[in-house]
Design a protein around this ligand. Structure first.
Ligand code: PLP
Length: 492
């Protein structure tokens, strides 16, 4: 299997090369030339396996330049009990219709762990397979959650070092503590005196500076990214939906061949696109509910065929979905209408912030996707109602999705992806339950109060933070030179 660019401007490449490279040369995203299909027997076999084997089986259809053993060892290592507990992605049943796929049992209590635990291992194997002698130096600019998940994923992985930049005043105290206390021999964390955009701009400038590339090359390093558009982060997400389907079969909720609906709280369109690929491969999914918060650019796109990012940006209680450019939508457009039109739309998006698909494409998308959004109040109400009715505690992102799932429920099961532990967004979850707007800013007191009120277990990695010491305290100016000086010290 080879990979090409959604915009048509890249030669065919193996998966190892696209995982190393990240973004295609023409600015497009890497996609598999064709989508592999599976039989009912394949799903039946998956149903008898543990999560790591399910992952290796599904990934082996895409990463054909890796051996099965390489994939299985990466998956076994990534989804080990020590990191994810006994079940990496358990499905909880609220009632006959509503099933919740919990994707937050990893080390940072959010679903990005599911991909960021295995991708570094795939990269490390890719370095060996491509005969790479240099060390991959991963640079990440983060507004909070991705940085910690990437640090946990890349820590102590062979052939890789990782450095994370975050805005000093742009992340919460707990996110700061999470990153500053990071363990591992190959990690580094640095605050910058600026906002997230400054951090992002600095990192991008470092990436595109050929002198820097040369200097690092001489020291035996090359730069790489952990970005959410990397195929190595997308492919492992396809597994969740096969796994959830198998678990519903095993629980007797469905029989092989029955259709389900899938509802995903969506930001960058990565998670829901992975679910869509599962359907294209043969998983019996009827339709996808694409759930957004008030940054509802995707709801409008699905309903009107017009993608328009020229609108007010809202800061919400589901911040990981506060996005106006959903990068992975480009992959869906490519699948439906090919590279020429996709390249044209992406150019329009860059120049005008807007494009409109044909009526035919709009109908095709609307036949498989429902767009739905939740207001801030609807999100909070869903948290309170779900706890009252089902004694089940959900975070703000999951609440956006469960609101959309309930609104569009029919007579078949709908699997809602739960993307973060309620404790990760404890202050807003507690407010939703009590109606008190201000819970102060003592994170650990809020954790205890939420635990006392609900009885839901506090995830170990969050509770353990209280006793961690800060290893990384460096803070530098936001210029590229000041940031690179820290990178250069680290790459020595
Ligand atoms: C990243 C994230 C999302 C959005 O996922 P996409 O793949 O970007 O659509 C939703 N919820 C949480 C908690 C996240 O961290």
């Amino acid at each position: 299997m080879y990979y090409i660019s959604t915009r048509g401007g890249s030669e065919k490449k193996t998966s190892a090369r696209v995982i190393k490279q990240g973004l295609a040369e023409d600015g497009g995203l890497f996609v598999p030339e064709r989508i592999p299909t599976v039989s009912k027997d394949f799903i039946k076999k998956l149903a008898e396996e543990d999560y790591a084997h399910r992952a290796a089986d599904v990934l082996s259809l895409y990463l054909t330049d890796y051996t099965y053993d390489e994939l299985l060892s990466a998956a076994t290592d990534a989804y080990k009990e020590e990191s994810f507990g006994k079940y990496a992605a358990p499905v909880k049943s609220l009632d006959k219709t509503h099933k919740v796929l919990e994707l937050w049992h990893g080390p940072t209590c959010a679903f990005k762990d599911m991909a960021l635990q295995i991708m570094p291992r795939l990269l490390s194997t890719a370095l060996k397979k491509t005969g790479e002698k240099r060390t991959a130096l991963i640079l990440v600019a983060t507004s909070g959650d991705t940085g910690k998940a990437a640090l946990e994923g890349y820590k102590d992985v062979d052939g890789v070092k990782i450095m994370v930049f975050y805005p000093e005043d742009g992340v919460s105290d707990i996110q700061k503590l999470q990153m500053a206390s990071q363990e591992g021999e190959n990690v580094n964390v640095c605050a910058i005196k600026g906002n997230f955009d400054d951090a992002q701009t600095g990192v991008k400038q470092i990436f595109s500076d050929t002198n820097i590339a040369k200097e690092l090359d001489e020291k035996g390093y090359f730069l790489s990214s952990a970005n959410s558009i990397n195929w190595g982060r997308l492919a492992p997400q396809i597994v969740y939906y096969f796994s959830a389907y198998c678990d519903l079969m095993n629980a007797g909720d469905i029989t092989l061949g029955d259709e389900i609906d899938v509802c995903v709280p969506t930001g960058n369109f990565g998670n829901i696109f992975a679910a869509y690929l599962a359907k294209r491969m043969g998983l019996p999914v009827r339709r996808f509910i694409c759930a957004s918060n008030v940054n509802n650019v995707l709801t409008d796109f699905i309903n009107t065929g017009i993608y328009d990012r020229n609108r007010q940006f809202h800061t919400t209680i589901s911040p990981s979905m506060d996005i106006l450019i959903s990068s992975n939508l480009e992959r869906l457009l490519w699948l439906i209408q090919g590279e020429e039109k996709t390249a044209e739309f992406m150019k329009l998006l860059k120049e005008t912030g807007k494009y409109e698909v044909s009526a035919e494409v709009r109908e095709k998308i609307a036949s498989e996707f429902i767009g739905c959004f939740a207001s801030e109040d609807e999100t909070k109400q869903t948290i309170a109602e779900t706890f009252e009715k089902h004694s089940y505690l959900i975070d703000t992102h999951t609440a956006v999705a469960l609101f959309a799932a309930k609104k569009n429920a029919t007579d078949i099961p709908v699997v809602t992806a739960s993307t973060a532990s309620p404790y990760k967004f404890a202050a807003d979850v507690l407010s939703a339950l009590t109606g008190n707007r201000d819970n102060g800013n003592d994170f650990f007191r809020i954790l205890r109060e939420l635990n006392a009120k609900t009885g839901a277990a506090v995830p170990r990695p969050l509770a353990a933070l209280e006793n961690k010491t800060r290893r990384f305290t460096t803070s530098v100016g936001k210029s590229k030179d000041e940031m690179f000086a820290e990178v250069a010290k680290f790459a020595d």
